[in-house]
Design a protein around this ligand. Structure first.
Ligand code: ADP
Ligand code: ZN
Length: 432
């Protein structure tokens, strides 16, 4: 059940003492980088000023723009010769940021990924198919190294080529997969097309779902279609990548590996800490990173800490499923809407297929939200007009949640653009 029982179930006081000792070291290491060296001089912060965990707040936040402005080497805390690998973010919101690792950094990262996978029940007897892009994106190599450490047999399939993915699963008896949730939904329609039922025709038992926000409904849909248990996996390249926070068998929030990171949740407007259990923006600090320590990083991801202990016995706190990024929020007629709200509603309506797209248009002075929804194959007789009832139900259900009336367009199965990486959920045509 535990990969490293002592550290996973360490009493909170001990964990916090360990965090403080590591925070001091991390701040000292960071001060040898150009960025933090200059910053600490400017604000007169000495690593010795950190004497309690709360003192982390003496350190200013670091943002994605800071990383971009000091691109590529301004955050390096070791000579370049000590580095063994670089990764980058996916560039979802602008120029991709790069992160550099020493061999120790890779080993520590590998360990938390292994710990996460082991926690869900993956073992050396498993056959693990990694359906993620290998290369600069952290989801490929990050999981690969973790799975190798657990000792599973890895099929480094990479992303895309859906029919081949299914063939590999059947030929080699894949038991565990790592997959982007929107792609898992898309792949389900390819299974149907090929007449393969994952429940009876494969040995799939575990899926790791990560890299993009997805609702509980989407998880359920995937679990039911594939006949497996799906675990939410959260990470970001700035904090290594996958392995930062992961669901345990209780599937109720993701444990953040607090021996590796300090976790804070702040109000994204005031930047003050929120009350325990309240929602806000996740802020994270690396505790073990040598190559490129990052302190108080504003992830822009919205979540909350789930108060109280977890039934699994791990003492590392849990965060709730990510609601989206602060910059995913759509403001329409004064109402704030996150794409995941739309997803959640859609996935609950029988007849809705595996893909949708939100298009925002300006009509005169009005903003218009168009939701294009693929219908499910079995519901589709060749004539979308016959599905007016479904269309109206979608309008009503969305309206009841987001409070504005969207225009809903049903489209044929498989016709919306699909992505092999993170799904593009919103196209905003409002700016001229
Ligand atoms: P980018 O920030 O350019 O997308 P990354 O590849 O580093 O680059 O992606 C990290 C981001 O992906 C996170 O900050 C978060 O917004 C999103 N993400 C990763 N895993 C999850 C998850 N399980 N649930 C929701 N969002 C996730
Ligand atoms: Zn747990």
């Amino acid at each position: 059940m535990y990969w490293e029982k002592d550290i996973e179930t360490i009493p909170r006081e001990k964990l916090e003492a360990l965090q403080l000792a590591r925070l001091k070291e991390s701040v000292a290491k960071a001060s040898s980088s150009v960025f933090y060296g200059d910053l600490f001089r400017k604000i007169g912060l000495d690593p010795n000023d950190i004497t309690t965990l709360e003192d982390v707040r003496k350190i200013p936040f670091t943002t994605k723009d800071d990383l971009r402005d000091h691109w590529p080497y301004g955050f390096l805390a070791v000579p370049k010769d000590d580095l063994v690998r670089m990764h980058s973010s996916s560039g979802t919101t602008g120029r991709a940021t790069v992160i550099f690792h020493t061999l120790n950094d890779i080993n520590e990262w590998t360990n938390i990924v292994a710990r996460s996978m082991y926690m869900t029940g993956m073992r050396r007897s498993d056959v693990f198919q990694n359906i993620m892009t290998y290369g600069l994106f952290t989801g490929g190599l990050g999981f690969h190294y973790g799975a190798e450490k657990v000792g599973a047999l890895i099929i480094p399939a990479g992303s895309g080529n859906s029919k081949r993915q299914i063939q590999l699963m059947q030929d080699f008896g894949t038991t565990a997969i790592h997959i982007i949730p929107s792609y898992a939904l898309h792949l389900s329609s390819v299974f149907e097309e090929m007449g393969v039922d994952p429940k009876s025709d494969t040995q799939l038992a575990i899926a790791f779902l990560g890299a993009e926000p997805h609702s509980e409904k989407t998880r359920e849909k995937i679990e039911q279609f594939y006949g497996l248990k799906a675990y939410n996996s959260y990470g970001l390249s700035e904090m290594d990548g996958p392995g930062v926070a992961f669901e345990c068998p209780y599937q109720n929030g993701m444990h953040v590996w607090e021996d590796n990171f300090i976790l804070e949740v702040v109000d994204p407007d005031t930047l003050e800490p929120v009350a325990d259990g309240d929602g806000g923006e996740l802020v994270m600090t690396t505790l073990l990173r040598e190559g490129m320590p990052i302190l108080r990083y504003r992830t822009k991801d919205l979540t909350r800490i789930i108060p109280g202990p977890c039934e699994c016995g791990r003492t590392h706190r849990r965060i709730e499923r990510i609601k989206g990024r602060t910059d995913d929020m759509l403001i329409l007629k004064g109402v704030n809407i996150f794409p995941i709200q739309i997803e959640k509603k859609l996935m609950d309506i029988p007849g809705v297929g595996t893909n949708f797209l939100i298009v925002l248009e300006r009509e005169g002075f009005n903003d218009l939200m168009i939701v294009k929804v693929e219908v499910q194959k079995e519901f589709f007789s060749g004539d979308l007009k016959q599905l007016e009832g479904l269309r109206r139900r979608i309008v009503e259900d969305l309206k009841s949640d987001i409070l504005i009336t969207p225009k809903v367009e049903l489209v044929e199965p498989g016709t919306l653009p699909k992505s092999e990486g993170k799904a593009v959920r919103v196209i905003d045509n409002r700016e001229e």
